[in-house]
Design a protein around this ligand. Structure first.
Ligand code: PMP
Length: 396
């Protein structure tokens, strides 16, 4: 262990807008959980499956063949071709692999670079709340302002055009969407997306659509807003391999969009990153070529677990809407009289079950907790039995 430096005043060098960022609410919580023996965690934000064997094999083969170099800044041509075909077949829009697709280090980098490419200081970005923890900080890192559009459990956390209109203000330049949504599992029908698209056109917004969970849609078909008339030219479609193909550790994703925006994204990417790892790109190529059956097998497992956890939460008296995508349930815990953090802390200490307080995902998450069902069926049963016991103690 290193001794903590007693006169570390280096924080004076930190930029004001970075110092002002809150620390991720999830990390603190899991630091506590990880110290506990026998804890059951429903806090995980990634697949509990390892990457399918064939994909791992492809990466091993690439290394054995000496595929160890940089690639084209935009990514391997073969992968961009495959992405172009995959997106056209599954989402609709056709993207030119030469000018409209960039392979990135996950959706994380794709999102960061898209925001940096479009935002001037003071610009505003609308996003739906609750949402993935990175959105508002990523906007703040661009010296821009994130404007939350609250969504509500009463309508399954759908993003309504009314809420969008109420939140809009002069200076809004972009709209950041994530369907299916982390943490609520909300999806958007074609009809709803058409209304959102109309709003985006009316207000001349660029739409950044994070569709990382799209293959993990359990009810109905997933529609991309990029596929709606007039939207391709004002949408940046973000996707990756982390969730559907259980490839979080490979750090691989992509951004597709109109060339004008993608050229700007490429400038940041080529100076800051150069390219995604060639080994991960080879693995991603295999995922698109032959990974579908494995992906569907994992999706079916998530669906079974979803049905179990949602049924159990409702039986236990924690009202929980049916998440139609992603792998998170978002039960209302305020029925216990406690707020999200107190409930999650109390449950963790009393029963060693880790849920993520809903407030980690934004103010509209208060009163809820996120429970990931990216864990085994047995773990879900164990966690629900413990939650049952905790609720009985709270009722006494
Ligand atoms: N977007 C959402 C909505 C996410 O939940 C996550 C990961 N939890 C990411 C992006 C980051 O994905 P990647 O691993 O591709 O960077």
């Amino acid at each position: 262990m290193f001794a903590k430096s007693i006169d570390d005043t280096s924080s004076r060098f930190v930029a004001a807008h970075v110092a002002a960022l809150p620390k991720s609410g999830i990390r603190d919580f899991f630091a506590i959980a990880s110290q506990m023996r026998d804890a059951v965690s429903l806090g995980i934000g990634e697949p509990d499956f390892v990457t399918p064997f064939g994909i791992r094999e492809a990466a091993v083969r690439a290394i054995e063949k000496g595929r160890t170099s940089y690639t084209d800044n935009r990514g391997l041509r073969s992968l961009r071709d495959a992405v172009s075909r995959y997106v056209a077949a599954n989402y609709g829009p056709e993207y030119n692999p030469d000018t409209e697709i960039i392979v990135t280090i996950g959706v994380s980098q794709a999102l960061d670079h898209t925001l940096r490419a479009i935002l001037n200081p003071g610009d505003k970005v609308l996003y739906h709340d609750p949402c993935y923890v990175s959105y508002a900080p990523s906007v703040a890192l661009c010296h821009a302002q994130a404007i939350a559009v609250p969504t509500r459990a009463e309508n399954d956390f759908a993003l309504t055009p009314e809420a969008l209109r109420a939140a809009w203000q002069p200076g809004c330049k972009a709209l950041l969407l994530n369907f299916p949504t982390n943490p609520t599992g909300a999806t958007a029908s074609r009809e709803l997306l058409a209304q959102i698209a109309k709003f985006a056109v009316e207000k001349d917004l660029l739409v950044i659509s994070d569709e990382i969970y799209s293959e993990l849609t359990y009810d109905g078909a997933h529609t991309s807003i990029a596929a709606l008339p007039g939207m391709r030219e004002r949408t940046v479609f973000l996707h990756g391999f982390s969730k559907a193909f259980a490839m979080t550790g490979w750090r691989i994703g992509y951004a597709c969009g109109p060339a004008g925006v993608m050229d700007a994204v490429l400038k940041i990417h080529q100076y800051g990153i150069m390219c995604a790892s060639i080994v991960s790109q080879e693995a991603a190529l295999e995922a698109l070529a032959n990974g579908r059956d494995d992906m569907l097998r994992m999706r079916d497992k998530y669906r079974e677990r979803r049905d179990l956890i949602v049924r159990r939460f409702n039986e236990l008296g924690l009202p929980c809407h049916l998440p139609r995508g992603a792998f998170y349930a978002f039960p209302r815990v305020s029925v216990t009289g406690q707020n999200s953090l107190d409930f999650a802390m109390g449950l963790l200490r009393a029963e060693r079950v880790a849920l993520v307080p809903g407030t980690a995902f934004g103010a509209a998450g208060d009163g809820f907790c996120r429970a990931s069902f990216s864990t085994s069926y047995d773990n879900i049963i164990k966690a629900c039995d413990r939650i049952d016991r905790h609720l009985q103690t709270l009722r006494r």
